[in-house]
Design a protein around this ligand. Structure first.
Ligand SMILES: Nc1ncnc2c1ncn2[C@@H]1O[C@H](COP(=O)(O)OP(=O)(O)O)[C@@H](O)[C@H]1O
Ligand SMILES: [Mg+2]
Length: 133
């Protein structure tokens, strides 16, 4: 998954992949140290077990997605990007409406938006799906 905070990634995952894929997200362990490394280990383990996996993070830049593409290639499985292409203002509005941990400071959204590069097959994705919002 690729998209800003509030773009609708988790909603899309719940609607389209919940029955078939194991959902992995750093949001599941917000306080853990070395969350990146931990996520890579979890994804690698699941792929080794033959599970289909969806990674539900913002992953806005090619650099932030590269390790996941590599894990899929190493496991010999196709890797698809689903990009929730939603305007920043829409995401800000949805974020504002959230409460608790789900709501991030605006600066977090701006930072992610500044790093955002739409995913491309050039990065190694087998397929790129754009969901407009
Ligand atoms: N297609 C949509 N249209 C309108 N609101 C949506 C849509 N998808 C999600 N939302 C709402 O936007 C908020 C953020 O959705 P969520 O899926 O948690 O985003 P993300 O996981 O990308 O941060 C939630 O309140 C959700 O109900
Ligand atoms: Mg989410």
């Amino acid at each position: 998954m690729v998209g800003l905070q509030g773009a609708g990634k988790s909603t899309w995952v719940a609607e389209h992949l919940a029955g078939t894929h194991v959902v992995v997200s750093k949001d599941h362990w917000p306080n853990a140290r070395h969350r990146e490394a931990r996520q890579r280990r979890v994804v690698a383990q699941l792929l080794a077990e033959g599970a289909s996996v969806v990674v539900d993070n913002t992953d806005p830049s090619p650099a932030e997605r590269a390790a996941l593409v590599e894990l899929a290639v190493a496991a010999g499985v196709p890797v698809r990007a689903v990009f929730l292409d939603v305007p920043l203002e829409t995401c800000r509005r949805r974020n504002d409406a959230r409460t608790g941990r789900a709501r991030v400071p605006d600066v977090g959204l701006f930072s992610t938006a500044a790093r955002l590069v739409p995913p491309s097959t050039v990065e190694g994705f087998t397929d790129v799906q754009v969901v407009a919002g």
